[in-house]
Design a binder for this molecule. Sequence first.
Ligand code: ADP
Ligand code: MG
Ligand code: ZN
Length: 554
Amino acid sequence: MESTLKEYFGFTKFRPYQKEIVENILQGKDCLVVMATGSGKSLCYQVPPLITKKTAIVISPLISLMQDQVMALKQRGIRAEYLSSAQTDRNVHNNAEGGRYDILYMTPEKACMLAASFWSRLLDSGICLLAVDEAHCISEWGHNFRVEYKQLDKLRDVLLSVPFVGLTATATEKVRGDIVKSLKLQVPHVTIGSFDRQNLFYSVKSFDRGTAFLNELVTEISACADKAGSTIIYCTTVKDVEQIFASLKEARIEAGMYHGQMSNKTREDSHRSFIRDEFYVMVATIAFGMGIDKPNIRHVIHYGCPKSLESYYQESGRCGRDGIPSFCKLYYTRSDFAKADFYCSEAHTAAQRKAIMESFAAAQRYCTTTTCRRKFLLEYFGETCSFGSCGTCDNCTNSKTESDMSREAFLLMACIQSCGGNWGLNLPVDVLRGSRSKKILDANFDKLPFHGLGKDMPANWWKALAYQLISNDYLVETFKDLYKTLRVGPKGMQFLNSCNPDYQPPLYLTLTPELLRDDTSKDAVGNGVVNSLAQPEFDRLSQADDQLYKMLVE
Ligand code: ADP
Ligand code: MG
Ligand code: ZN
């Protein structure tokens, strides 16, 4: 095995897990391979055909990806080809059927369309494995569900004795389970590598849309692009791609663009030029990059909250594949959080919609957490972390200011509780701020003792506080159809129960920029934000009906 590795790939050692996976495949076992982007999954299905001299079938979602891999393999003297609906070359077909390729890539559509006679002839020549790359595409819980992948189970019945190998970098348990079920893997050998990419530095910042921030971003990108290595900027919309691209051009920064509304040709040209270092900055939608293997990407910047942590992990994971320290930055605005509807347009069923909503909510929590980002990501993917802080993320390295927010937290949570817990965040904040909207008057919420008590702070400040209470488990978000509702969780109830109108036990929260940012904040920070709420307003609460108070904390 080692000599094959050396002969064809020029590597002297297997990376963790690769060898044992190859061995299991050689023994005829099904495998599930869940390993981080860049960890070397491809090798696991590329080595067995070279040893057994039988064909490896590899299902891959994108033609461009297959083309890249086939080209790279051919350069190494490996007989590789791909079949897609567009591949009409009769010779390729004949060679494939005759087992004259070591590695035969195909799209899932193509694989399902091939005649039984094709498979039986190829089986006669010998098939050493069938690999399904990017196997999370099979799962509705994944971030890249593709209907064509669902039909791959048909192949299992045709290729009875062939080991099936599912490979993905998406590690949630639901996705894993779906892959095993959909590919009908039989007692598979399961490999779950660590998702910790130690050379990546994670950071997150909120921003306000506008020219000021664009300028800031351009300056930052030009600083990145100065160093050797490339930068990818991921945007959530084509419009953003075009805008940032234009700003970069204006600043005379060489950049490329990649999104779904470009013609195939210009898109492929752009991709190729980026890979060949003809420019160093790529501005793209998330359509860009699946499977790209460019070792020297130094910065991956997300402009806007990603739709899920699975996709964030994969996209950001494209940086630093060569192991050199690299940076994953995420910029989000509050308005991003209202985009769930936009992502839900991809959903076909209620279950899918729920999955999308939940994934999106997790990405939002990642944005607003004040704890270690690496730990947050790893735990999201089901890893247990032995460390409390990694030392290589913004939250671990920035000095933190904590402040006792017990009074404000009490107000907000008590208000949410007394509004009945069936609302999103806007309504309780409006009540606190003393709104007399029809909705509030109709529900008699203007009679609540909290009505207007929070008017000294802007609505966004209260929302920022709510996000902190969510990320610290005091408040819990749940989903009702398309809408998020917010209720006080067990930890929050415990806090409320130990409060009375005149006394609240301390509740320390990290002061995020949003909690500092407002016109009164300059002063408020120094004295602790607490004091900025006028005391007389609280007094009104002390006089509030005791019974009402009891009702709401029960
Ligand atoms: P994945 O599919 O898991 O994201 P790839 O299979 O594309 O990762 O591999 C990522 C990089 O690691 C590639 O450049 C590959 O050549 C390299 N690589 C894989 N295995 C080894 C190895 N044993 N030694 C050195 N480099 C390796
Ligand atoms: Mg791969
Ligand atoms: Zn950290």
